[in-house]
Design a protein around this ligand. Structure first.
Ligand SMILES: [Zn+2]
Length: 208
């Protein structure tokens, strides 16, 4: 398994391409489809599945073009369908938690509501794509419609309990030095939100 990261659009959205056996799983393809096509073509990868971590528009801008080009549907957790701006016929909804198998990989989708009701984290081996639930040194906003701070605390507490060597790839590059990649161990040490989720969720209520 190999992971390619493309930082695209005005909000440093991360599109992830997970390669295995010549096939590719795409996570949050957005903004610059030409850049995504170019990488897929350069590496001779066939896209076999597209997942969205949640339905905020910045995570799926222009993704309709990619889905049509490759004849795919984008997997979206059903609770985010109500505000999804992609055409219905390009979306496949499901109820998380759920497991999928694509490109010879087991894909475990964890329901991690808080930033949105249908936010998910996508786990492949020891890698976790966290969308806007967990960032390097920070967490997703809870002041937007559909967000819920209490739910985010529960989700963060769950993530804080994952094996510490779990590698995280977040939905935006908001960290120090353009950071989008970290580990649960590192975030427990330096991310005040994840640290408090583990040690004292009550205090976290005042931080969000
Ligand atoms: Zn978002």
């Amino acid at each position: 398994m190999k992971i390619y990261t493309l930082m695209l659009g005005p909000m440093s959205n991360c599109t992830y391409i997970v390669e295995n056996e010549g096939q590719a799983i795409l996570i949050d393809p957005s903004w610059d489809m030409a850049a995504i096509y170019k990488l897929l073509e350069n590496k001779s990868l066939k896209p076999v599945a597209v997942f969205f971590t949640h339905a905020h528009q910045d995570h799926m801008t222009n993704a309709d073009q990619l889905l049509k080009k490759y004849g795919l549907k984008g997997y979206l957790e059903e609770k985010d369908e109500t505000f999804c701006e992609l055409p219905n016929n390009l979306i496949e909804t499901y109820k998380a938690p759920k497991e999928f198998k694509f490109a010879g990989l087991n894909i475990e989708v964890l329901l991690t509501p808080g930033h949105t009701r249908g936010s998910v984290c996508i786990k492949i081996d020891n890698v976790l794509f966290t969308g806007d639930t967990l960032f390097v040194n920070s967490v997703g906003r809870t002041d937007l419609p559909g967000a819920n701070p209490d739910n985010l605390i529960q989700s963060l507490t769950m993530l804080a309990g994952l094996p510490q060597d779990t590698v995280i790839y977040s939905g935006h590059s908001y960290g120090i030095n353009d950071g989008f990649k970290s580990t649960i161990k590192q975030e427990l040490a330096t991310n005040p939100y994840l640290k408090m989720a583990k040690e004292n969720p009550k205090i976290l209520e005042d931080m969000l």
